[in-house]
Design a protein around this ligand. Structure first.
Ligand code: NAP
Ligand code: MG
Length: 500
């Protein structure tokens, strides 16, 4: 790591980055069985600054066995819900106490602005763990009054139990590394499951630091295991493992289908949070300045590397030019820089691969006849920068309109009437989210049921809350995270019928 970067880190972060990394399996820190390592790169400079173990199939086997053993017997299996709640609360406190270090690790590893990491990512992790901790004591079944009409001579009663699904395999992406880990571990640990986490190869550091905090909180060995490694090696071994009971995946639709099929071979339960191409729909009564600011957040937050990114902006033709101008002015004024620089508003993309992917999309847009109202080029320096970009003059069949770009690129398109915009907004294989910008209640309410998406925001975009279920329609996934709904994915429902 260069001296400039190092000077921006607090001492704990520097110490963690410098020390050798290990896998956490069965409560012990171990090397990868085959001994290999993966380099970790700083997206702001393109330089490798750390190494993590390249876990393989044998490591996944060990981790799943440890998680299995912890689930089937020992302290965790008999722990009362109230004690699981306390442990998760303790972990949340530890994350909060180490917030600055975790935020710096996210900034260093992913490239995102450190202030965003601190006050969005890490703050949301703390909130999420506390919210899920509360559910540990509130999950239960129902009692029924069975009639059993064909056996009239007996009396019956029935009830349901919610039981933890078992060993959870979690595979997560690099856009919100710590938060995606928390979204899986909160419900898993609240409901009494054990788990094996495989973080993204680009961003493994915060998961390893989190694993240290899990140890510090006092979780029994084997409840939480982390195996860093490559997706097609460690990830594939985990998703096809016969001894996991549930696979929780967040990432691309392409890999989601692959892991889903592998899991189904073992009838492993799956939840898949996948890609999106979310529309932001601006009605003709909307306030131009509010929309421009909201749309800027909708697309540029986390440099556009957000599954719910508002990457298609539909504006009524009456307001189109004004909204594009307002949004372009905001984009032109954004400070693009290193995540650790406190003034940065837009960090680099996570990797050279992602930068090239996004630039490839921008070029394809130009080739097909679109034009950049602002941006449209990579940023200067050795980092993986792409300038915030607003594309116009686009047609619905262009690749930039149809495919997930996962970068700071929005396509702005005018429309004439609500029927037209509802049809075009839904004309995508994805269905993760959408936003509607208007204060006309009648038209907003008429539009909401017509939008095929798991979340519809009104006058805001990418605003998440633990109480709100989150997930996709169509090819954006299967199942819901957050809210009470997530426990459908982490528990089995057992029906008990008793003859008296
Ligand atoms: P990805 O390949 O879907 O990665 C997600 C996770 O799956 C990572 O941990 C990855 O490991 C793992 N993985 C990859 N191949 C696997 C396999 N064969 N079996 C099991 N696990 C596997 O996503 P990506 O490559 O990081 O990004 C590519 C595109 O996906 C992005 O440009 C974006 O469009 C989309 N994406 C969407 C989200 C979202 O939140 N919906 C998040 C990230 C990316 P490795 O890290 O080793 O590959
Ligand atoms: Mg990948």
């Amino acid at each position: 790591m260069d001296a400039h970067t190092s000077a921006l880190l607090n001492e704990n972060t520097r110490r963690f980055v410098a020390k050798p990394k290990r896998l956490l399996i069965g409560g012990a820190w171990v090397e990868a069985s085959e001994g290999g390592t993966l380099d970790v790169f700083d997206p702001a400079t393109g330089q490798a600054f750390a190494k993590v173990p390249a876990g393989g199939k044998a490591d996944i086997d060990r981790a799943v066995a440890a998680a299995r053993q912890a689930f089937d017997g020992g302290d965790w299996a008999v722990m009362r819900p109230v004690d699981r709640e306390r442990l998760l609360m303790k972990l949340a406190d530890l994350v909060e106490a180490n917030a600055q270090e975790l935020a710096e690790l996210e900034a260093l590893d992913n490239g995102k602005p450190v202030t965003v990491a601190r006050f969005a990512d890490v703050a949301l992790v703390v909130d999420s763990l506390r919210y899920m901790a509360g559910w540990a004591t509130k999950l239960g079944g129902e009692t029924m009054q069975p009639s059993v009409p064909i056996i009239r001579e007996r009396e019956f009663w029935g009830f349901t139990r919610r039981e933890p699904v078992g060993v959870v395999g979690a595979i997560i992406p690099w856009n919100f590394p710590l938060l995606m880990a928390a979204w899986k571990m909160g419900p898993a640990l609240a409901s009494g499951c054990t788990m094996v986490l495989k973080p993204a190869e680009e961003t493994p550091l915060s998961a390893l630091r989190l694993a240290e905090l899990v140890q510090e909180a006092g979780y029994p060995a084997g409840v939480f295991n982390v195996v860093t490694g490559l997706g097609h090696v460690a990830g594939a071994a985990l998703s096809s493992h016969p001894h996991i009971d549930k696979l929780a995946f967040t990432g691309s639709t392409e890999i989601g289908k692959l892991v889903g099929k592998a899991a189904l071979d073992n009838m492993t339960r799956i939840s898949l949070e996948l890609g999106g191409k979310s529309p932001m729909i601006v009605l003709d009564d909307a306030d131009v300045d509010a929309v421009a600011a909201g749309a800027a957040h909708g697309i540029f937050f986390n440099s556009g590397q957000v599954c719910t990114a508002g990457s298609r902006l539909f504006v009524h033709k009456k307001k189109f030019d004004q909204v594009v101008e307002g949004l372009s002015n905001i984009a032109a004024g954004m400070k693009v820089g290193a995540g650790l620089d406190p003034d940065t508003q837009l960090g680099p993309l996570v990797s050279a691969v992602q930068q090239e992917r996004v630039m490839g999309y921008i070029r394809s847009g130009f080739d097909e006849g679109a034009r950049a109202a602002v941006g449209g080029e990579a940023g200067a320096g050795g980092g993986y920068f792409v300038k915030p970009t607003v594309l116009v003059d686009a047609r619905d069949d262009m690749r930039v309109v149809r495919e997930e770009i996962f970068g700071p690129v929005v396509v702005a398109m005018p429309y004439d009437d609500l029927d037209e915009v509802a049809r075009r907004a839904n004309d995508t294989p994805y269905g993760l989210a959408a936003s509607i910008w208007s204060n006309d209640l009648t038209r907003v309410h008429r539009l909401i049921p017509r939008i095929k998406a798991g979340t519809v925001w009104v006058n805001c975009h990418t605003v998440l809350d633990n109480s709100m279920p989150f997930g996709g329609f169509k090819q954006s996934g299967i199942g819901r995270e957050m809210g009470r709904a997530v426990f459908d994915q982490y528990t089995e429902l057992k029906s008990v019928l008793m003859a008296l």
